[in-house]
Design a protein around this ligand. Sequence first.
Ligand code: UD1
Ligand code: CA
Length: 465
Amino acid sequence: MNQVVILAGGHGKRMKASLPKPMLEVLDTPMLGWVIRACEKAGLSRICVVTGYKAQYVELYLNNRYRTALQPEQLGTGHAVMQAEKFMQEFTDGNTLVLCGDAPFMDSDTISGALRLHEEQENAVTVITAELDQPRGYGRILRGENGIAAIVEEKDATEAQRQVREVNSGAYWFRTKALLELLGGLSQSNAQGEYYLTDTIGLALERGMKASAYRTENPDVVLGANTRRDLLHLNEVARQRILDRHMDNGVNFVCTDGIIIGNDVEIGADTTILPGTILKGKTKIGAKCTIGPNCLIENCTIGERVTLNYVQAYGSEIEDAVKAGPFVHIRPNTHLKNGVKIGDFVEVKNSTVGEQTAIAHLTYVGDSDVGKKVNFGCGTVTVNYDGMKKQRCVIGDNCFIGCNTNLVAPVKLGKGAYTAAGTTVTKDVPDYALAVERADLKVKEGYSLRKLRDKLFPPEDGGKR
Ligand code: UD1
Ligand code: CA
């Protein structure tokens, strides 16, 4: 049985973050999430995450999906792996992959390739390495005549050793039994006074075990984040990679400024994404849409030929040929059916809106079930909250709602019902009826004349009357 130990206990002091470093996000996913995804893609599901600094945040994120082991004090990467000893003892046949929770681009191909080499060569340990133009901050791979000889941390390295550009990714395959033995041999005699996992390489060789390096051709795979600058760099690399993937799928960009697309987002061909648009979570967009400029879409399913301009939408479904914007807020659990039109300053929440209904301006639709081909006048409000509970409005097909109508929930407009402008509807309106709620209009003739006299008929001498 092959298994994984992911190290996520470190503080990440240089980040000055209130979260543990592996919880910091690259695009819309914590770095730890990227690492877990790579494991699962490589078919590895027996995973133990070592937690430590602010472990509760990692626990909350993992939500009991994976085993964890707490490292009460952060005494180094070797010490972190020791905390997973109990987990590893359960299956000592097979291999253990150790990964860093702050190196999100380790991918399933590299993990599988390294395992193949590890098994072919019958190694006790195989470390994944890459050559970087700027190796600063990483452990360096020291090679002798028979391959890898040791890993030296930058802080412990001589000037000559720092010139080496082959670095340790922080990912290793170990034969589980060998790892358990080697952990017992680690000490804290180094510049940082820590138990270094990297020392297992030299130690294995000393004990006559086989150690080897699997060098990947793609240096991005090893990138880690120790500083905010590193994190920004990871975001840039990830962002560009995802944009490239969508372009390969036929998605159109005229300018990529401010466009950020999460890893799980799917977009159909011939859709154009305009600047300032952020697509997050499990968002799925169909073909031939125009999204942007300046949209923020999270966990939405969007059909084909949809146009969204300055729209924020969360947890909702938007069907084909919907047009929305500018300045529209679609809040969770909204379902906009085919051909719905939504104009400026409209908010829709937890509501279904039927085919070809138009909500053109300055309107709030909350907790409502709206039929087909309804027309909302400007300034309609569903009054869904009485201060105690939220209640629903039901609006039938073909209703015509006059401007500035208040619909006080719970209330129902039947099919084809009309409301007069300014009406506050407090009881159900039957099919095809008109609801009017108005006081008589009073008109006072000549009312303003006295007030406006000086403006309209100034005295000839310019003085006061
Ligand atoms: C480590 C490697 C270095 C490698 C680099 C790759 C060691 C000694 N050095 O250095 O050779 O090039 O990763 O990115 O292993 N962690 C714990 N508990 C601890 C310390 C760390 O869980 O006590 C976790 C961290 O949360 C992090 C990972 O282990 O996810 C790596 O720790 P970090 O301190 O970032 O190590 P580096 O200095 O980057
Ligand atoms: Ca690191």
